[in-house]
Design a protein around this ligand. Sequence first.
Ligand code: TMP
Length: 207
Amino acid sequence: MDTKWLQGRLIVLDGPDGCGKSTQVKMLCAWIARQGVEVRTFRDPGDTRIGEQVREILLSPAHEAMGTMTEFLLYMASRAQLWSEKIAPALAQGCCVVLDRWLSSTCAYQGHAGGFGVDRVLRVAQDTLERVWPDVTIILDVDTDTAAQRMDRELDRMELKGQAYHQKVRQGFLNLAQTQDRFVVVDATQPIDGVHKAVIQGVTGFY
Ligand code: TMP
């Protein structure tokens, strides 16, 4: 397979908490590297000095007073910094960039589950982000019961929002996948290798 098309591509893996995203990001990056293409991976929010501090503010359970507007603006701020400091330079060098979350999360969490409004998220994104959508978004879909079983650890402020909120998050991702182009939904309740295969199929399916 000619894999030149992977150069300069922006790929996002996203989904509800407990969907197994971090494992799949690592496996996808290893696969891209095996194709002979330089790959960079970043997590959103985070991965810049500013972004990691914003991440801490966002996820600390001590900040339970945080409203959806503040949450929304902080996620967008961290993302703007990640774009200019890390993503844009990596793409300009011809690397393939794999992101652990992106605007799709803001649509599902703040826009849909948080009641901020998905259209409103998209309007602000159009005005503030240099790049709104990646080349491909893979949504790792998981039901809330399976997800909760996988999160056998101390939970952060977002994870603590409860089952009803997280059910809406899942629906928010599924709605987005139906309304936006270049989205693929993968059943993330399968064994890890099966999910990985489906992720590769999702990524290669557009090229
Ligand atoms: P992570 O644990 O997958 O790195 O994500 C951090 C948390 O932030 C996770 O619960 C999802 C949430 N989140 C949002 O609510 N909005 C966003 O825009 C992003 C990127 C993440």
